[in-house]
Design a protein. Sequence first.
Length: 430
Amino acid sequence: MKIAIIGAGFGGMAAAYDLRNAGHEVTIYESAGYVGGLASGFKEPHWDWSVEKFYHHWFQSDRYMLGLIRELGWEKMVLFPRPLTVMYHDGKFYPFDSIMKALLFPGLGFGLDKIRFGFVGLFLRLTNNWKALEKVTADSWMMKWAGKNVYEKMWKPLLVGKFGPFYRDVNMAWMWARIKARTTRLGTFEGGFQNFASLFGEKLRGMRVRIRLGAIVESIKREQDQLWVRSDGKDEAYDQVLVTTSPNLLAKLSPDLPENYLKGLLELKSMGAVVMVMSLRHQLSKEGYYWFNLPKEEGYPFLALVEHTNFVSKDHFGGDHIVYAGDYLEVGHEYFSMSEEQLLERFLPALKKFNPEFSREWVKKVWVFKTNYAQPVPLVDHSKNIPAIQTPIEGLYFASMSQVYPWDRGTNFAVEIGRRAARLMLGEKN
Ligand SMILES: Cc1cc2nc3c(=O)[nH]c(=O)nc-3n(C[C@H](O)[C@H](O)[C@H](O)COP(=O)(O)OP(=O)(O)OC[C@H]3O[C@@H](n4cnc5c(N)ncnc54)[C@H](O)[C@@H]3O)c2cc1C
């Protein structure tokens, strides 16, 4: 068969790998000038490693991604350091990445709240019954079982940070999946995620997958028993097409989809993200903390501060210290229309809270990355609203972040759904 894949993110590339291995002729259309999608990175001339545009790491439980890397023979290039994640309490940050550290965290006191926190965490780790949990909101479930204090201190800031105005609507299965599938050791790839993506791209090219960079797909139509992919004003015919972009974009590319499928795509909610990357002359967190969880009500202008070079060595970046400041936001939020300079002005004062010695002169360079589609929002009974991978148009398939539910989006699940889509396209049982 002749197959087109729209998008050279990890989902699209994983699907291409399996489809090509099964003997098919595969072409990937990628609108950007590079592979890697949301997990792509960039590099300054004096850096040996790339930096992800949006902070990225793997968990030890990311079996689909780690399995693919093993198949490709690159497991020696995966690194799993143990960086420090911290929680805010009363103007200070406390390590919070092991049971022992959680027990010592002063934010919950040392009485009943801590016991409730522990039991809720244990229950969520042990249960597999997410179908029951998707019927209630995380807000109401946590209030009931963890209690007001624990919820407001620990879990509400996470929900508010990720989902903004939708935080009360997100279902409890999302929270379950987060707690279930995460580990304290965090992983990356030698050279950065972009190095992995580029190596994977090269591997695919070596297998004679055609990767067309800078190729924006404009429409996909079914005519004369074939699917016609239009890019740069030209149509090319395929037997099958797999789209790995956002649901909104699929709806635009293929308006001939039946109304109920289109409606389902357009009703899916998601958050965008705005992330600033800074290279600094000095280390920001003297304690060497990697990930700061920040409660919005404390007035931070961003949700997460991540000092990448407290995860991987600054030596890979010519001695620069790399810091991210990022937030998940609705697409109309003012950050989307602010310039780099304006955002920097907004963010700079907050950096002193992490190190009082910080000053503007520390900042060598700044980059800002924005995406409209960063985090799907799963509402109550969300499993009923997931669009099928096999669309109602014959030969047209769709695999996106919005369909990996109940799991939270991530490169691991992009690989999983990309490979699942490939199996469906090959007519194999999933
Ligand atoms: C802020 C942030 C932090 C994250 N942190 C992590 C993390 O720590 N760990 C982790 O594993 N994951 C993380 N993720 C999620 C991860 O990046 C995604 O789940 C994953 O990259 C999705 O891969 P994909 O192939 O499904 O989609 P994408 O990577 O979005 O790929 C889709 C591709 O389609 C291309 N495209 C779009 N329109 C067109 C068109 N018209 N024609 C041709 N091509 C087109 C795009 O350019 C893109 O390359 C994070 C994401 C964000 C936004």
